[in-house]
Design a binder for this molecule. Structure first.
Ligand code: NAP
Length: 398
């Protein structure tokens, strides 16, 4: 019999973590720390209080392993990815109940992560580069473009183009970069990076130039939010910007050009969809058509409204929906109206689904998928789980 029961150890997924250090600042007992590479949890200090879970913007904090010997800080600092859960044999002995609770909680926490569980990259996705630049050693890019994308005077969305010059910035469509705003926060600490999806394809905003574009909305909320977004919106040509990343190893497009893509987005959540579309425009069509449900307040508030009109219909089927025109439509309403088309895509084993934008859209999109999937005799939960496990169901909402 073992003299110590297995414990449930709290860990952070280095592949998904964006190194914003919010968890570290939130932890009430200083159990979280970082070096230039990873953010780690001290097993001797962490008491599993969960205070850090809701503040994490990516969900990378919600990782748990049941272990007989906890992973040390040194081991965690050396990881590029989390170790798999090892098989633990629990003894039917005093103390085992507690361990069993921990094991169940760990399994449940994993089952509930992300898009209904642990997301996976598409099988044919290119291998992403991750964490080339960090807070201590950022890339420095030069602003070579800052164009307004929306006519609505109250809705300033910008297309910001950064030139990385000779610094390698191999970023795939669907990945994100961190932007470090200059200056200090209210407590006098330097600002931490904020995350933005790239809206350019892997070979650059301009083909074969080391240019990366971002889609950024000015934050006009009262109360001093939007430090980084407003910094980006106000950038002038020639300004220098400190950049970390790239980040993200799963929200990627398949390299299989025959795979249909179903893209559902709101507002600036269109950034990765633009990158996917440009990639397919540049690499030739294949058989995989792209279908997009894109929601904005009005046509004047829809980023890339003009350029989208020029994308051929046989490459991209567009459903642009507006919530503040007479139509008063959300993306999920149009998905239901186009149930037959969505059902056809769900039945194609090559279809990859991407949902990106406001956190609030998730519930309505899930409900629309549920009724459409049920109409073709597929329980949505099971179908979604299968797609996710096959790297074909992806959600990125904030
Ligand atoms: P927004 O303009 O505020 O909203 C876009 C549309 O979504 C509006 O028509 C809005 O309708 C609608 N909407 C609101 N609640 C909804 C719901 N429950 N279901 C479906 N549609 C809903 O959007 P935004 O300010 O651009 O925000 C986009 C989000 O994308 C942000 O949270 C951003 O963080 C995230 N994002 C951005 C990037 C990036 O790199 N830029 C990448 C990924 C995600 P009403 O307002 O009329 O209700």
């Amino acid at each position: 019999m073992k003299d110590t029961a297995p414990i449930k150890q709290h860990l952070i997924d280095p592949e998904i973590c964006i190194r914003c250090y919010t968890c570290e600042m939130t932890c009430p007992i200083d159990a979280i720390e970082h070096d230039d590479d990873n953010v780690v949890v001290d097993p001797d200090v962490c008491d599993g209080c969960m205070a850090c879970i809701p503040v994490c913007p990516t969900g990378s904090i919600d990782e748990w392993r049941v272990v007989e010997t906890p992973y040390t800080l040194e081991q965690q600092y050396g990881w590029d990815e989390l170790p798999e859960q090892e098989d633990i044999v629990l003894d039917a002995a005093p103390g085992a109940d507690e361990a069993l609770d921990g094991a169940m909680a760990a399994l449940l926490a994993e089952a509930h992560a992300g898009a209904g569980g642990k997301p996976k990259a598409p099988v044919t996705a290119a291998k992403p580069s991750i964490n080339l630049y960090n807070l201590g050693k950022p890339a420095v890019a030069k602003v070579i473009g800052n164009h307004r994308l929306t006519d609505d005077p109250d809705h300033d969305v910008r297309h910001v183009i950064l030139d990385f010059g000779a610094q390698p910035m191999p970023v795939l469509e669907g990945q994100s970069v961190g932007i470090i705003p200059p200056g200090e926060d209210a407590d006098g600490n330097p600002h931490l990076p904020r995350l933005y999806s790239v809206s350019s394809p892997r070979d650059g905003e301009r083909s074969n130039y080391n240019f990366v574009s971002l889609t950024v909305k000015r934050d006009v909320h009262e109360g001093g939010g939007g430090v980084c977004s407003n910094y980006l919106c106000d950038l002038e040509l020639g300004d220098e910007v400190r950049v970390t990343g790239p980040f993200g190893g799963t929200f990627l497009m398949p390299d299989d050009r025959d795979a249909p893509l179903l893209m559902i987005c709101t507002g600036t959540g269109s950034a990765p969809m633009r990158a996917f579309t440009m990639r397919r425009q540049r690499t030739g069509r294949g058989a995989g058509r792209m279908t997009m449900f894109f929601g904005a307040r009005t046509p004047d508030a829809l980023p890339y409204f003009g350029p989208l009109k020029k994308v051929p219909a046989d490459l991209l089927e567009q459903h642009l929906v507006y919530s503040r025109t007479e139509a008063k439509e959300y993306v999920q309403d149009r998905m239901r109206a186009e149930a037959e088309r969505v059902a056809e895509l769900l039945q194609d084993a090559r279809t990859h689904v991407y949902v990106c934008g406001l956190k609030g859209m998730e519930e309505g999109v899930e409900a629309a998928f549920t009724s459409i999937a049920e109409s073709i005799g597929e329980p949505w939960g099971a179908l979604r789980d299968r797609m996710r496990d096959e790297g074909r169901y992806h959600v990125e909402t904030y």
